[in-house]
Structures are given as C-alpha cells and as structure tokens.
Design a binder for this molecule. Structure first.
Ligand code: HEM
Length: 250
C-alpha cells in the first residue's frame, strides 16, 4: 500500500517538477527584454558575460560583494547540496560510476554543513529586522523543508540506518516501471515524503531562481548600447520614425 502511494506520489511529483520548470523557463525565454540594462561595470563581450555568469552561479559573486555573512551560509548550503546530490546519484544508476563512488564520503559529511547553512539562513530571516520585514511565510517554509530533509537524512545516515539497497531497488523500479517494495522505515518515509513535496512546490516557488538567474537581464546582457543599435521589435525602425518639430519652430 505504502509502496503504491509513494510510487504514484513520485510520478506525479516528477511530472509537476519537469513540466512546471519547463513552463517557467519558457515564460522567461519569451519575455522581451528590449532595454539594455546590465548592472555596470559590466562585460562588453559575450565571452565576458559567460565568465560573469559563471562567477555568479558558482561563487555568488554579487552576494560576496554585498554581504559576507550571507555569502558564507549561502555557499555552505548550496555547495553541500551539490555534494549531497552527487552522493545520491548512486540510488538512480546501476552500476555506480567511479566518480560517484569517490564522492560518497564528501556527500555524507556535506549533509551536516547543509543543515547548518540552512539554519544560518533561517536565523537571518528571523534576526535581521529588514529581512524579516520582507520575508513571506513561504520563505520560512522552504528553508524549514530543506532543514527537515537534511535532518531526516542525517538521522538515517548517522543514527538509524535504513535499508538503502531497498530504497535503490524502489527507485530503479520506478524508472523501469517494474515496481519494487519501498522500505517503510520512518526516516525513509519522512525524507522521501518531504522531497516529493519539494519537487511539487519547486516550480511555483522562489526556488526557481536556480534556472531564473540565467535569464536575468541585468546579468546576461553585454554592455554595448553605444557600439550596437538595439532595435525594439514592436516599434517602427529608426528610418521610419517621424520626429515632431521642436516646439516653437513652427
Ligand atoms: C532535495 C533532495 C534531497 C536532499 C537535500 C537530501 C539530503 C540528504 C542528506 C543531507 C542526507 C544525509 C547525508 C547522506 O547520507 O547523504 C541524506 C540521506 C539519505 N537520503 Fe536524501 N536528500 C534528497 C533526496 C533524496 C532522494 C530522492 C532519495 C531517494 C533515493 C533520498 C534517500 C536518502 C537515503 C536513503 C539517505 C540515507 C543514506 C545512508 O544512510 O547512507 N534522498 N539525504
């Protein structure tokens, strides 16, 4: 019964996640950005923009410039998340590639920093009054959800080992439409329930900032409005524009 429930939950969650993210990205893609508005000083070539974007995505450059404390917690949280996801890849592929095997211990301890980073970001929302002022309930709930996902994961890894082989069989079964029983350890059910919730909420939440950052005009534009004419597609071309006589000249 629980296996069927979680299997259906994961199919729904995956479809909502994939279709939702595709829909949001499509929306960003189609949104016109006619004005050249990169945050200056900005790169003047495409390669420069790629480099700027890389520094932003990999090292949160603009956050580093604005606030070192948030930067530390944000880096801790996101870097650990990457290591955790790489470690988790072992549940979805068979045989497990060597690189993923080598990453296992890093991913294991990254879990601790993930939860600490999440707690730091949560504390910031409560303790810094101007951040508290602009925080909505979903901002707290998202962080809480991540902290609980991390915490339930750590409990399984360091306190109550679940049947990880069974968990893997369940996920491989989902992927090949050959369902296998899900181990019903409490930790597994909580962890996987929260992860499914996260997948469903993701496309509708502020978490879409992950793909969204690539579409940010202030970051992805080349600073060349003097060198290059940027026509606005829905306005008449420059030769067709008939300017009014300046007042007083008539
Ligand atoms: C947003 C997604 C997820 C996050 C942030 C997350 C986080 C974590 C963390 C921090 C740990 C403890 C450290 C570790 O052993 O790696 C953990 C353990 C675990 N996670 Fe996840 N997890 C996620 C998704 C999943 C999914 C989709 C599965 C299903 C395959 C899963 C299954 C497990 C299991 C079985 C453990 C215990 C591992 C062990 O005892 O060695 N997690 N998770």
């Amino acid at each position: 019964m629980i296996t069927v429930l979680y299997a259906l939950l994961y199919y729904v969650a995956f479809i909502v996640f994939a279709a939702g993210v595709a829909y949001r990205v499509w929306g960003y893609w189609k949104t016109p950005a006619p004005a050249v508005i990169p945050t200056t000083p900005a790169p003047v070539t495409r390669t420069g923009v790629v480099w700027r974007m890389f520094k932003e995505v990999a090292f949160f450059e603009s956050l580093w410039k604005s606030n070192k404390w948030i930067w530390i917690f944000a880096m801790m949280f996101h870097l650990s998340l990457w290591l955790i996801l790489i470690r988790h890849a072992r549940y979805f592929v068979q045989p497990v590639p060597t690189l993923i095997t080598l990453a296992q211990p890093f991913g294991k301890y990254a879990g601790i920093f993930f939860v600490l980073g999440g707690l730091g970001l949560f504390a910031r929302r409560i303790l810094v009054s101007r951040v508290r002022y602009i925080s909505s309930p979903s901002d707290y709930l998202m962080l809480l959800m991540f902290i609980l996902i991390g915490f339930s994961g750590l409990m399984m890894t360091f306190v109550n080992k679940p049947d990880v082989v069974g968990v893997k069989a369940f996920f491989l079964g989902l992927m090949t439409f050959n369902w296998q029983p899900l181990p019903t350890d409490f930790g597994v059910l909580v962890h996987l329930g929260l992860v499914a919730l996260f997948l469903i909420i993701f496309p509708f939440s502020k978490l879409v900032h992950a793909p969204g950052v690539f579409f940010s005009p202030t970051r992805n534009m080349v600073d060349n409005p003097r060198e290059k004419f940027h026509p606005v597609p829905w306005l008449p071309s420059i030769d067709e524009v008939v300017y009014d006589e300046p007042p007083g000249k008539k």
